[in-house]
Design a protein around this ligand. Structure first.
Ligand SMILES: *[C@@H]1O[C@H](CO)[C@@H](O)[C@H](O)[C@H]1NC(C)=O
Ligand SMILES: *[C@@H]1O[C@H](CO)[C@@H](O)[C@H](O)[C@H]1NC(C)=O
Ligand SMILES: *[C@@H]1O[C@H](CO)[C@@H](O)[C@H](O)[C@H]1NC(C)=O
Length: 383
């Protein structure tokens, strides 16, 4: 038995090696909806993501799940198969996999590593906030300032499109890289050019303006273009400077906005880690049946790249967390055992005061018996 098992393992290993060497692209489902099986694409990784693009406070469509392929130099080489879930939800927020072809089915994704998307609490201040609430909950906090009018808004947002916001976390951008980041601060497209949006990922990190203190050596073009219902709107082109130049393009047959493109500047505060799936620079393309998203970050500043790499998220966050929970459980169990032992000790201690009287009693009986015997002896002696 052990021999066959061993041989089986060997052939599986060989098959795996063959697969890895023959093709480095993986085949993925490419469709809309968590259960969809539709058409196929090929890429570096299969992905599942939420698609909930917005323009300020207006959603283009209701949030939906999109499946597709991702390619590009911005993707890390060794992304492990994993899914992120929002706390308390069993629908994945984001998944990456390339372990096998068509790994992005609902069933297969149940078996990959899972981790919670940590939601943060933020200050909410602005027209988009609910009247009775000064805080909100989301994946990131936002701090938005319109430099033309000096208007400021603070709030929360969730990743609205695959990849783009993931790379932008921890930065201040001009203009906002996606429409989900400006709340009600700009009524129309040209008004967005002087808007700076910062997104950060720790509790109340937007109470003050996050301020990057890094050198901003890159000269970039700032520009926004949007096509909706057959009409294209464009801003002027202005120049900006930052740590990185970015571009982002969303093309979609879902919802009322068919294309959205931004070019601009981004500088990082260093307070948030670079996500484990991404490299500091390069491009990444997500493509699905009805949605294509591309983002690029570029810089010629080598120290910017080293700063980003130094802040890169440790890939085994989940394992670490699992280890910590296991450790905590273990300690709990140890505590319980200690408690039990303590209780036993206490029981023994409780028993002890009741036990001594027994020998005492027997002692007295013995003494009584002894005395009686002596009395008997004395009595018989007398007799
Ligand atoms: C991704 O790259 C592979 C080659 O590695 C190519 O065959 C495929 O068409 C690309 N997919 C997308 C969506 O660009
Ligand atoms: C972000 O997503 C979480 C979990 O789905 C939700 O509770 C929260 O309200 C969302 N926040 C925003 C600002 O949409
Ligand atoms: C602005 O820049 C973008 C991107 O470089 C370019 O496609 C567009 O044509 C430019 N527009 C003008 C008016 O120069």
């Amino acid at each position: 038995m052990p021999k066959t098992k061993c041989r089986l393992n060997h052939s599986i290993l060989l098959l795996l090696i063959a697969q890895i060497t023959i093709s480095d692209a993986v085949k993925c489902h490419d469709c809309v909806g968590l259960n969809c099986m539709g058409s196929f694409c090929e890429g570096d990784y299969c992905m599942v993501s939420q698609y909930a693009p917005r323009w300020g406070y207006l959603p283009w469509i209701f949030s939906t799940v999109v499946k597709g392929c991702v390619n590009g130099s911005m993707l890390a080489k060794d992304i492990r198969d994993h899914c992120e879930y929002a706390e308390g939800s069993d629908e994945p927020f984001t998944c990456f996999c390339n372990g096998k072809d068509l790994c992005n089915t609902r069933g297969k994704l149940r078996n990959v590593e899972s981790e919670d998307v940590e939601l943060v609490q933020c200050v909410c201040d602005g027209a988009h906030c609910r009247t009775d609430e000064k805080t909100c909950i989301g994946e990131f906090c936002t701090y938005v300032i319109n430099h033309a009018t000096k208007q400021v808004e603070k709030g929360c947002t969730n990743a609205s499109v695959p990849l783009i916001e993931r790379r932008a976390i921890g930065s201040c951008m001009t203009p906002p890289i996606t429409g989900a980041m400006h709340h009600t601060i700009a009524k129309d497209l040209p008004n967005l050019l002087p808007v700076e949006s910062c997104i950060c990922g720790t509790d109340y990190c937007n109470s003050e303006k996050p301020t990057p203190t890094v050198p901003e050596k890159e000269k970039c073009t700032a520009f926004i273009e949007m096509t909706t219902m057959g009409t294209t709107m464009k801003s002027r082109n202005i120049s900006c400077s930052g740590e990185y130049c970015f571009t982002a393009t969303i093309k979609s047959e879902l919802g009322i906005i068919s294309s959205y493109r931004t070019l601009g500047c981004a500088s990082f505060t260093g307070e948030d880690p670079l996500p484990e799936e991404l490299n500091p620079t390069g491009c990444a393309v997500f493509s699905s049946e009805n949605v294509e998203v591309e983002t690029c970050f570029k810089t010629s500043d080598k120290s910017a790249v080293s700063r980003a790499l130094a802040s890169k998220q440790i890939p085994y966050k989940w394992s670490l967390r699992k280890y910590q929970t296991l450790k905590a459980k273990q300690m709990e169990i140890n505590e319980e055992i200690k408690e039990e032992e303590k209780e036993k000790d206490e029981e023994i201690e409780e028993e002890e005061p009741t036990q001594p009287p027994i020998p005492d009693d027997s002692n007295t009986t013995m003494i009584t018996v002894f005395v009686l015997i002596i009395i008997c002896i004395l009595g018989s002696g007398i007799v």
